[in-house]
Design a binder for this molecule. Structure first.
Ligand code: MN
Length: 707
């Protein structure tokens, strides 16, 4: 496997002889029939190179046959361009070769139609995800990768600009997908060909440099290889030993991204040993470690702890002759196959048992087989998390009419899309066009669709929309809108409440002097009376406070000088509850109590919870930019050690906390509880103090106390 180079002309008979080594005769028969069908459908079509078109699908099928892919994938490879380029329909394929093959070919055609145009990195990442999302059957991706690989091999026939576009797409989209699926051999070749087509001159320079370097070191290299082989023979270990070629694209990328010179990147020999079984891997490791000294700390056992994509190998670095470092990888044949073919290797394993054609099940099968490899490694969850993102995405990817990709959660509708584009678009949309077809706003979107929003000037959100908006943004905006249309109701309600509050003082609303009203509006930064009524109506301000302000403004202007600690209760007597000592930043509620004004508690205070849904409990919030200090109680459990109390006190005052009280409790021989009351500005200030305290080794535990 490993190398996909092929002879001048590859014939269907050659394909069949590869297939006969691992498929049933009837399967090979069916594939041969697909070849004849494809050849007839593409009859008369030529590739740009001039050769008959069918040689392209044949070459794609060969790449997959070399990976021992299943019969449906090979069949689909032979037919992968017929829906796109000939008059054959998906229905015909289904009738002739089964639903699975038809779906695979349809999937490949859809991916072929996607064009990647943006230069942006983020777009590339989304595009990769979209490809994976659209291909619910992973075999679609494998056929597509093989298709792309053959197109890259035959790229020289194309115009330079087209060549570069395809090369860039290959480097940014397809090679990373091959990597994600663990398909090293394909990834390596895609990168090599992509690099060559994209940057021909840099490619040549780098290639020449590598060649020179290899020439310089050939003698040394041979010596090392011979030494390895000899030592292994002495120990009766049979192994394939070969030098490893570094990929030019990865050398280039390392030089570019890490700003390294060629010599800094290309500074090690790499040797791979492939042996029969796991046991022999460790024996071979012992053999090389006795031959050359290993570099300490560089040995990695990916056999016991496989990488996330199932990769297994022993890695070590040795001090070679003249101190030249030698990188050695040791693995079994099976591990080598997984390392080169990735997901495709897993397919091969499963090809024996009866398997269901459902796409999902295949993907799960793969995930499960990887999970088996992962079982002992402890990071299976993390791995599945990343697989989920890429292979079972919770997102759909759709295009705007301008070709930008938008990611939405799975199940998102046209309405969600409209709000994702812009709130105003969402608020005024009436319908959507999906791939130019007019559709209702409630239509769920699928990856790859192009979505356009139809708006109308007088359109407005309706409450029924909440039934099919699923993104937080859409739901929030719809609710917000619905709330504002109820505004006039809130205004009526607020006016009534204020009237009632004034009535208790025997004043009617229309008796309030306009100047007083204006002064209050100015103070509370409200635009007009309606705004005041609305805030009262919505429960954001309290009618009795507004009433008192309106009546007392003349006498008690001093109220204006006090810092407003709590938003909306200006002018009211405020107390901070001793039971829970709230400080700015804590979630709080206000409790109206006769003769005491409003008492501020923390939301989680047990006294408040006991009051349940009492209408004396009012939602309040801290004003911004509060000045002042608020007491808070901290319990510190410390080890009994001389001087520790002084350290704690110093730490608190270093953070500008003001200690107002200290008590001791629960002493034992080992530790002491110390309760501090400290004045702090807000939660952030408290956090700074706690952080400082935590840095003292003798401090065992810190608790903020309720009372
Ligand atoms: Mn093709």
């Amino acid at each position: 496997m490993g190398n996909f180079s092929q002879p001048e002309r590859f014939l269907v008979s050659d394909l069949c002889s590869i297939l006969e080594t691992y498929l049933e005769p009837e399967e090979v028969q069916k594939i041969y029939r697909a070849y004849l069908f494809g050849a007839e459908a593409h009859e008369g079509q030529k590739r740009i190179s001039g050769e008959a078109y069918i040689f392209h699908p044949l070459a794609v099928a060969r790449i997959l046959a070399d990976m021992h892919m299943d019969a449906d994938s090979i069949t689909a490879a032979l037919l992968h361009d017929v829906i796109e380029d000939t008059s054959v329909t998906q229905e015909t394929l289904a009738k002739q070769f089964g639903e699975d093959v038809a779906l695979l070919v349809d999937g490949v055609s859809k991916l072929t139609n996607l064009k990647f145009d943006s230069k942006e990195e983020a777009q590339a990442a989304n595009f990769r995800k979209m490809l994976l999302a659209m291909a619910r059957d992973l075999r679609v991706i494998l056929v597509k990768l093989a298709d792309r690989l053959h197109n890259m091999r035959t790229l020289s026939a194309l115009r330079p600009d087209k060549k570069r576009r395809i090369a860039r797409e290959t480097l940014e989209i397809y090679a990373p997908i091959a990597q994600r699926l663990g398909m090293r051999a394909i990834r390596r070749e895609l990168e090599q060909l992509g690099f060559e087509a994209m940057y021909p001159i840099r490619y040549q320079v780098l290639q020449a440099a590598v060649k020179r370097k290899k020439g310089q070191r050939r003698e040394l290299m041979n010596k090392v290889e011979v030494a390895f082989v000899k030592r292994l023979e002495e120990l009766h270990i049979s192994a394939r030993v070969h030098g490893r070629e570094k990929n030019l694209w990865s050398i280039y990328r390392k030089m570019r991204d890490k700003r390294l010179s060629f010599n800094e990147v290309y500074d090690v020999f790499a040797i791979r040993m492939v042996v029969a079984d796991i046991d022999t891997c460790y024996r071979a490791l012992g053999a090389v470690h006795t031959l050359y000294k290993p570099v300490p700390g560089r040995f990695k056992d990916y056999i016991a702890i496989p990488k996330a994509n199932g990769y297994q190998s022993l890695h070590t670095i040795l001090f070679g002759p003249h101190g030249v470092p030698i990188e050695v990888q040791i693995r079994t044949e099976a591990m080598d196959r997984v390392a080169e073919a990735g997901i495709a290797a897993h397919w091969h394993y499963k090809s024996g048992d009866e398997y269901s054609s459902a796409a999902q099940q295949r993907a799960h099968q793969w995930a499960r087989s990887i999970m088996d490899l992962q079982r002992n490694s402890g990071n299976a969850l993390e791995f599945l998390e990343s697989v989920k993102v890429d292979l079972f995405p919770d997102e759909v990817y759709v295009f705007t009419p301008k070709g930008e990709i938008m990611a939405l959660p799975r199940g998102a509708t046209g309405l969600d899309f409209a709000y994702a584009v812009h709130t105003d678009i969402g608020n005024s949309c009436v319908a959507i066009k999906i791939d130019r077809q007019l559709s209702p706003l409630s239509t769920p979107l699928q990856s790859g669709q192009t979505v356009e929003v139809i708006t109308a000037p007088n359109a407005a959100p309706r409450s029924v929309w909440l039934n099919y908006a699923m993104t937080a943004k859409a739901r929030h905006n719809i609710r917000h809108y619905l709330k504002t249309i109820k505004e006039h109701e809130a205004i009526d309600q607020g006016r009534l409440l204020l009237q009632k509050a004034l009535g208790e003082e025997d004043v009617r609303l229309d008796e309030v002097a306009p100047e007083r009203m204006q002064a209050l509006l100015d103070r509370w930064q409200l635009t007009d009376r309606d705004a005041l009524y609305r805030e009262i109506g919505l429960g954001e301000r309290i009618a009795s406070i507004a009433a008192r302000e309106l009546l007392e403004l003349d006498q008690d202007t001093a109220a204006g000088d006090r810092p407003f600690v709590i938003h909306g209760v200006e002018g009211m007597v405020l107390n901070f509850a001793k039971c829970c000592s709230p400080i700015p930043g804590d979630p709080i509620v206000g409790v109206m109590s006769p003769g005491k004004g409003m008492v501020i508690h923390r939301t989680d205070c047990s006294n408040v919870r006991r009051m349940g849904g009492s209408d004396r409990v009012i939602a309040v919030e801290w004003a911004e930019d509060i000045e002042g200090e608020f007491p808070v109680n901290i319990r510190v459990l410390t080890a009994n050690q001389r001087g520790v109390l002084a350290q704690i006190a110093a730490a608190i005052s270093q953070q500008r906390g003001d200690i107002t009280n200290v008590t001791f409790s629960e002493r034992d021989t080992m530790s002491t509880n110390v309760n501090f009351t400290v004045n702090v500005r807000n939660r952030k200030h408290l956090a700074e103090i706690l952080r400082q305290l935590r840095s003292i080794p003798e401090v065992l535990k810190l608790t903020r106390l309720m009372g």
